[in-house]
Design a protein. Structure first.
Length: 350
């Protein structure tokens, strides 16, 4: 079974509500139809109902299968305004008009997932990453001990690479030049996503232009230190994850090359999670893989307490649908963790 088909099969057992801020976009409408027809859940489109329905009539897409919400006349808008005004982050960023802020669909979508009106959000179809990321960071609670970063899931089609051809790449969209602490945290977040999506033990390679000291620069030393810190934290938390670095990309993915370069261990030549030293290398690699024929799904945002993704403005309908399904699968996991935390709180009170 192909990677994304396995995601669909798992999500069908627990369908989710995914909100799309750019509901008046044709690709969003098409992706919403596909999401519903595949039995993955309910798509919620933000936009003017008359515009969405006219687009649906023109494209012969029935809109009775969707939720369509115009933030301007939503029954939730007054409550959302009150919620927003209580957030310290709202005051910090000088957002002094809650209603005007929430008429921005990205802010409204963030508020929907924060307060349980939707299970996840997928945006970015018509805007740059920051347009969705800023509202999410200002409205959605951050996960304790995490940093907001992003992953791309690449299905290379080559079963000799990664986990049956699947690689998790991070960070490809958010942090321009992560420090040692951030790199270590990104590594563990990406490892968790790999385990969640594939079921495989994460084998995390922190990448550089050097392998195990073949070159010594501040950059290679940073990557090596981040690998050591991530490994230490994984051991402290008893996580089933393998971590190594610094490694060149061929030593991380090709067993023969790893042997030639004298690299041993469970990650060498067998990595399924690739951590890049900076945003430039991560973003370029993710885009290059797509151009070369791999199926790239992302950006999947990590480090928030609610699932979200920012897709590329060039992504087609099938890719948007697939990303929405991955976000839905994240929502299942987050809900499970939330229920476990609530159960633990009850036991402590008893």
């Amino acid at each position: 079974m192909q990677f994304i088909e396995s995601v669909y099969a798992r999500l069908r057992r627990h369908p989710k509500r995914i909100v799309f801020p750019e509901g008046e976009n044709l690709r969003v409408l098409q992706a919403g139809r596909r999401f519903y027809e595949l039995g993955l859940g309910v798509p919620i489109l933000l936009g003017r109902r008359a515009v969405v329905e006219e687009l649906g009539r023109r494209e012969k897409i029935p809109c009775d299968r969707f939720g369509v919400i115009n933030p301007a006349d939503s029954a939730d808008l007054p409550d959302f305004c009150r919620f927003l005004e209580t957030l310290d982050r709202y005051k910090k960023f000088g957002l002094n008009d809650a209603r005007a802020t929430l008429l921005n669909p990205n802010y409204y979508a963030a508020m929907m997932v924060q307060y349980g009106r939707a299970d996840g959000v997928v945006g970015g179809i018509g805007s740059a990453t920051g347009a969705l990321l800023r509202p999410l960071q200002r409205v959605v609670k951050p996960a304790p001990g995490h940093v907001v970063s992003s992953c791309v899931i690449a299905d290379t089609g080559n079963p000799q690479i990664g986990h049956g051809g699947v690689l998790v790449l991070a960070d490809c969209a958010v942090i321009p030049s992560p420090d040692v602490e951030e790199l270590a945290t990104i590594s563990l977040q990406a490892a968790h996503l790999c385990r969640q999506l594939t079921g495989a033990i994460p084998r995390v390679a922190l990448l550089s232009h050097s392998t195990k000291g073949s070159a010594v620069t501040p950059g290679t030393q940073k990557v090596a230190a981040a690998a050591a810190l991530a490994r230490q934290r994984a051991q402290e938390r008893h996580l089933e994850v393998e971590i190594d670095g610094e490694l060149q990309i061929d030593a991380a993915l090709q067993p023969d090359t790893a042997r030639v370069k004298g690299v041993a261990g469970t990650v060498a030549g067998r990595a399924n999670v690739l951590i890049f030293p900076g945003l430039d290398s991560g973003h370029i690699t993710a885009r290059l893989l797509g151009i070369l024929g791999a199926k790239a799904y992302g950006q999947i945002l990590t480090g928030l307490t609610k699932p979200a993704a920012d897709v590329s403005r060039a992504d087609d309908t099938a890719t948007i649908t697939a990303v929405a399904a991955i976000v839905g699968l994240q929502a299942i996991e987050m809900r499970r963790l939330q229920e476990m935390a609530e159960e633990q709180k009850k036991k402590k009170r008893q």
